[in-house]
Design a protein around this ligand. Structure first.
Ligand code: ADP
Length: 678
């Protein structure tokens, strides 16, 4: 076995590889960019070397620099992870030329499978079924158009060099073909430096089913069954599972054999994945077609590890050392069911646009980087990390395992409920809704699942105002109690040995304002009234501190809430759902003349698009003031408190730097409000 390897990657996959290496007694070297100087993967390795600037082209894609780093540290092999240089045949060759082992397939296999069109030609020869389409070398637009007409619309134009869901266009009608071809070629040229395309019949409701394969240098090749990765957004996977629901043993064997044939056709060595697209026939059986082969470890490999009990990184290291595969096809078995959820810094409500920011809270369920338990967490981040725009928005992966799919699903829901991310947008709550959706729960899987279930997935508030307000009130009272001690005379929580006290709370929830009244009664119990009119909820509020949160009972519900306070915003996480609510501190704001929050600054560099107010306007807390465009996203700047706009300091269209003061707001002078009245 190697004594030392270099991991030419970052994030969760670098941590993942390091965990297995450590378990096997192999020393690890990390490489890192400027942005990753304090990253988790650096801490996960035994040594670390800085290799350049934050942009991938200045660091993780610098083949020569990485090879020098391996030589300088005495590493014998390089694990490329996924993405970056993992499917770069030139890099694999350069490693070999430098006397280093590339932990992956031979350069020739990467080259053979590197282009979708070329790999299809090879697969055709090997007798692997293909989607009806055109993958020839002739790229004459008239010919491509004629081929599309022959295949029949809708068709999908794909960049032959494409990957990661980029460079694809669907075309529904012949008259739209030329424009779509132009757009696809432009994107392909910009993203991959190669504008060759292929055309496929566009399948309407296909499933994405892929087979994990493994070859060694002794001529052995096995498959480790399938993964269903049909649940996608923007042609990218979000939930993956193994085995594929409804897969008949006979079909599994046929797909497995086709995948092994594909791998053998290119003399494959190491871990690879053969991706198929499958279409349901009227009689319920599946037709499957080769899509492409990924010549590396996949993001979703842990579900295969969970059902086979194998460590695929260990297999990679053994095979790269020249050892034979640890198991034969006959020895491999499926045990139970596993599902993976990709936790990403992104905003599902804004078409899954990647988000940046600081991970103020990063609470992930128990589980180590490598563990064959019921819940496994592969994470590449730590609380306090800044998520930069330079890399993939994948923060962590939750992998659950159960005896049955239903059990795995229940564990996934629980694990997602215990995943608390504060400080930037994430898809955690979206993933929970997705996993609970009828289609996913009943395993009606295909690539249109998210579109079909959209009403249940987007613009949803899982936790209503009553419980959110109750959690915020309980959090406030517990915080006050903690800071004021047990002295009953200085307590603000309304406790009084006689009579009834009322305390008013003001909230901003979603777009609305809400008031809650808390009373402490003769029965020595709290009573809470939230909202007005028909939506009003009133009743006893029972709460107390619990492990990592608050036990809470209100409005007929009993739950456990974890509440994180960020200024006036309370982030509430419960098993029933999560939300945020702004608790407006009446005492703090009463009579303020120059609030510290009166300076409104740009949260990041960008372009000021518009002001929603003018100097002299009176504004209410939460009211939109300005719109800033940064990182391809619009950011709404809202009033942190009630006040009066004093001055606008920029004009629409201006470029502003981070921290620039955009406008001045003075708090509305008010008569000091009494927060308790008998
Ligand atoms: P990439 O290399 O960019 O990941 P793939 O060829 O693997 O691209 O395709 C990505 C996804 O696009 C698939 O998982 C599937 O959801 C969808 N897709 C690909 N080919 C087709 C097709 N012919 N018809 C319908 N959907 C397709």
């Amino acid at each position: 076995m190697f004594q030392k390897i270099l991991i030419a990657n970052r994030g969760e996959i670098a941590c993942r590889v390091a965990a297995t290496a450590r378990r096997m007694g192999v020393k690890t070297v990390a490489v890192y960019s400027d942005a990753d100087a304090h990253a988790r993967h650096v801490a996960a390795c035994d040594e670390a070397l800085h290799i350049g600037g934050s942009a991938p082209g200045e660091s993780y894609l610098r083949a020569q620099r990485i090879i020098e780093a391996a030589q300088a540290t005495g590493a014998q092999a390089i694990h490329p992870g996924y993405g970056f240089l993992s499917e770069n045949a030139g890099f694999a060759q350069a490693c070999a030329d430098a006397g280093l082992v590339f932990i992956g397939p031979p350069p020739s296999a990467i080259r053979d499978m590197g282009f979708k069109a070329g790999s299809k030609q090879r697969m055709e020869k090997a007798g692997v079924p293909l989607v009806p389409g055109y993958h020839g070398a002739d790229q004459d637009p008239a010919l491509l158009r004629a081929e599309a007409d022959r295949i029949g619309y809708p068709v999908l134009i794909k960049a032959s060099a494409g990957g990661g869901g980029k460079g694809m266009r669907t075309v529904d009608r012949a008259q739209d073909f030329a424009a779509a071809l132009d757009a696809c070629r432009r994107e392909a040229r910009n993203s991959f430096g190669d504008d060759a395309v292929l055309i496929e019949k566009y399948l309407q409701r296909p499933r994405h089913i892929e087979i994990q394969v493994f070859g060694d240098s002794h001529g052995n090749c096995v498959h480790l069954f399938e993964r269903d990765c049909s649940v996608q957004r923007r042609y990218q996977k979000l939930l993956e599972e193994a085995p594929a629901p409804g897969m008949a043993p006979e079909l599994r064997a046929r797909m497995g054999q086709a995948a092994v044939a594909a791998a053998r056709a290119v003399n494959y060595v190491g871990a690879g994945t053969v991706e198929f697209i499958a279409e349901q026939r009227a009689d319920g059986t599946l037709d499957f077609f080769f899509m492409e082969m990924n010549t590396r470890l996949q993001v979703e490999h842990p579900v295969t590890e969970a059902i086979t009990g194998q460590d695929l990184v260990e297999w990679q290291l053994r095979v790269a050392c020249g050892e034979p595969l640890p198991l034969t096809q006959e020895q491999l078995r499926i045990n139970g069911h596993a599902i993976e959820a990709r936790i990403c810094a992104e905003n599902p409500e804004k078409d899954f646009l990647p988000a940046t920011g600081t991970l103020e809270v990063c609470g992930l369920p128990e589980g180590t980087a490598f563990e064959h338990g019921a819940v496994r967490v592969d994470s590449g981040v730590r609380q306090g990390d800044a998520i930069s725009p330079f890399y993939d928005p994948l923060l962590a992966k939750l992998i659950v395992h159960g005896a049955t799919r239903a059990q795995a699903l229940a564990r996934l829901d629980e694990a997602l409920a215990r995943t608390h991310i504060v400080g930037l947008d994430s898809n955690v709550q979206f993933l929970r809704r997705l996993a609970r959706s009828d289609s996913f729960a009943s395993a009606r899987l295909d690539t249109t699942l998210i579109a079909r279930e959209q009403a249940a997935l987007f613009q949803r508030e899982d936790l209503g105002l009553p419980l959110a307000a109750a959690a915020a009130v309980a959090q406030t009272l517990l915080r006050e109690r903690a800071s004021e001690g047990a002295d009953p005379f200085s307590r603000r929580d309304g406790f009084c040995s006689h009579g009834l006290l009322r305390r008013r709370f003001e909230f901003a929830f979603g777009d609305a304002r809400a008031t809650a009244w808390l009373t402490y009664g003769r029965d020595a119990n709290w009573h809470l009234t939230v909202g007005e009119g028909a939506a009003q909820q009133a009743g006893p509020l029972v709460f107390g501190p619990a492990a990592q949160g608050i036990d809470l009972q209100f409005a007929g519900l009993r739950t456990h809430a974890a509440v994180y306070t960020q200024g006036e915003v309370e982030h509430v996480f419960t098993p029933l759902g999560a939300t945020r609510i702004v608790a407006i501190d009446l005492l703090a704001h009463a009579g303020e003349v120059e609030a510290p929050a009166g300076r409104l600054t740009a949260p990041m560099p960008g372009k000021l698009l518009s002001f929603a107010v003018r100097a002299g306007d009176k504004v209410r807390q939460g009211q939109p003031l300005a719109v800033l465009e940064a990182m391809k996203m619009e950011h709404l700047i809202v009033a942190p408190l009630d006040g009066v706009v004093q001055e606008l300091l920029y004009a629409p269209g201006d470029q502003v730097s981070e921290g620039a003061e955009l406008l001045r707001l003075s708090a509305e002078p008010r008569i000091t409000q009494r927060i308790m009245d008998k």
